[in-house]
Design a protein around this ligand. Structure first.
Ligand code: MEV
Length: 332
């Protein structure tokens, strides 16, 4: 049997990092997807190929326990860890393990902070389950995906796996035993530009660094987290009422607090400033930081901001927001 599944990337509008400590975050699925193609095999071997994850033409294969590298391109190997774990945990959940060839393709650079790891895990779970003779609903896929992220990363909130499973715009908050997700009906398309600068550190390391600082300076860091939570609450109202200038102001505030947490970099700060100086309502890093992506909220088409961000040397992406969550594209 052959199955093609896909899941969207995301941008965190507000609240990354603080979401790990029980504060709410606002997140949106983007129209750039990861595709997982699963083909069942007669034997019980799992073969994983990751193709075009960053630069067209890269192929990395994982056969049994052997990794075959045709190039050593940076962030691709961690993506394979998510695929491997997704198959392991889905087999466990289904109580059945079957041999499968899995091929992954991405319309976004992996490891950029656009939730590719979660989209890789979620599309793999959906495709593998169908190839294994089962179908899972979005909630089940999201739950298994979160377990995958926690096992691979050590610490993870259910934010990325929820948004790539369910799609749209979500407010998400989780506690010890609860995950609260609310769909947000955002009426107008937000004029957002995404700029990408090279990643210097992985999500796992950024999340661990924040935890260490929180343990070392609990009084200071827990206040920063609390402030981020307050910014998120205000931002939800501005998002729903479409108040772009207030949203921009709150994005700037959120960025400063992320910088205070220590997750921004010189290049991210420069990109944020370039966007603001060329007319954006506001700009902030999005995702775990340590390099990666900046989002800028721009007036109208925002060509001036886009050009300024390109001139700064960042890769710029435009994409539709509020994309559909995980889906099965076709089966044969
Ligand atoms: C990573 O996309 C977002 C973080 O908040 C980590 C997490 O929520 O698991 C930094």
């Amino acid at each position: 049997m052959k199955v093609l599944a896909s899941a969207p990337g995301k941008v965190t509008l507000f609240g990354e990092h603080a979401v790990v400590y029980g504060y709410p975050a606002l997140v949106v699925a983007i129209e750039r997807r990861v595709y997982a193609f699963a083909e069942s095999r007669e034997d019980n071997v799992i073969k994983i190929s990751a193709k075009d994850l960053r630069v067209p033409g890269i192929v990395i294969s994982y056969i049994g326990s052997e990794v075959v590298l045709e190039t050593d391109y940076g962030m691709v190997l961690p993506a394979i860890a998510y695929i491997n774990k997704a198959i392991e945990l889905t087999s466990k959940y289904l109580g059945s393990r079957k041999g499968v060839n899995i091929e992954i393709k991405s319309e976004m650079p992996v490891g950029a902070g656009l939730g590719t790891s979660a989209a890789v895990a979620i599309s793999t779970i959906a495709a593998y389950a169908v190839a294994n003779g089962h179908s899972l609903d979005k909630e089940e896929i999201a739950r298994i995906g979160w377990e995958v992220e926690k096992e691979v990363q050590g610490i993870a909130s259910p934010m990325d796996t929820s948004i790539t499973s369910l799609g749209g715009y979500l407010r998400i908050k989780y506690g010890k035993s609860t995950v609260e997700r609310a769909r947000l009906n955002v009426g107008t398309e937000l004029p957002l530009i995404i700029g990408y600068v090279e990643r210097e550190a992985k999500t796992k390391d950024m999340v661990a660094m924040v935890r260490e600082r929180l343990e070392r300076y609990p009084d200071i860091y827990s206040d920063i987290m609390k402030l981020i939570g307050q910014v998120v609450s205000r931002a939800e109202g501005s998002l729903l009422s479409g108040d772009l200038s207030e949203l921009g102001f709150l994005m700037n505030l959120n960025h400063s607090l992320l910088d205070a947490l220590g997750v921004s970099t010189r290049r991210l700060n420069e990109l944020v400033n370039v966007a603001r100086d060329s007319g954006a309502y506001g700009a902030k890093l999005t995702g775990a930081g340590g390099g990666g992506c900046v989002i800028a909220l721009v007036p109208e088409k925002g060509e001036v901001v886009e050009t300024a961000m390109r001139l700064h040397g960042s890769m710029v992406m435009r994409t539709k927001l509020g994309a559909e969550g995980v889906r099965i594209e076709r089966t044969e």
